[in-house]
Design a protein around this ligand. Structure first.
Ligand SMILES: [Zn+2]
Length: 156
């Protein structure tokens, strides 16, 4: 079951940012919509945790900012299984031109001329790249130690 109401609106209601008429009609909707009721419950849980975690000495502004950041994180839609290049760019924080340069290295495939990448393959690819980077670093350190030992051997 889905609902047209966005989490932003629910969050705004809870923050008291809606005018009386909007708040009234949204509250009425929440009373009848299990999707929104569950979302409001989740947001209330978050607010409770933020309040509990907030020390009395923490300025209200920082508490509110924290609340905004956490609400924003909850709103992030989950990534689909198959990603477009734009979505990959957002995910790995690269510009389209940076992505284009490394496209041949990415686990991509083409659907009707459009590049697509499976999310699980991309995640695995990123892990592989990180491990490769670690291996390369270890290898170059080993090579340096061997070279230094060799040079010292020649010198002495
Ligand atoms: Zn709803």
């Amino acid at each position: 079951m889905t609902c047209e109401i966005r989490l932003e609106q629910l969050s705004a209601l809870m923050a008291g940012d809606l005018d009386a008429a909007e708040a009234q009609s949204l509250r009425q909707h929440i009373g009848q919509c299990p999707v929104c009721a569950a979302a409001v419950e989740r947001l209330q849980e978050i607010d409770k945790k933020v309040r509990a975690a907030a020390d009395r000495s923490v300025p209200l502004e920082i508490i509110q900012r924290t609340r905004q950041v956490i609400h924003a994180a909850v709103r992030q839609p989950p990534l689909p299984e198959i990603l477009t290049l734009d979505e990959v760019g957002q995910y790995v924080r690269l510009t389209p031109s940076q992505l284009g340069q490394m496209l041949e290295h990415l686990p991509s495939f083409t659907v009707a001329g459009e590049v697509r990448i499976r999310r699980d393959r991309l995640t695995q690819w990123i892990k592989d790249q990180e491990q490769q980077a670690v291996r390369d670093r270890v290898r170059s350190q080993a090579a340096r130690s061997i070279r230094m030992a060799f040079e010292q051997g020649i010198a002495s």
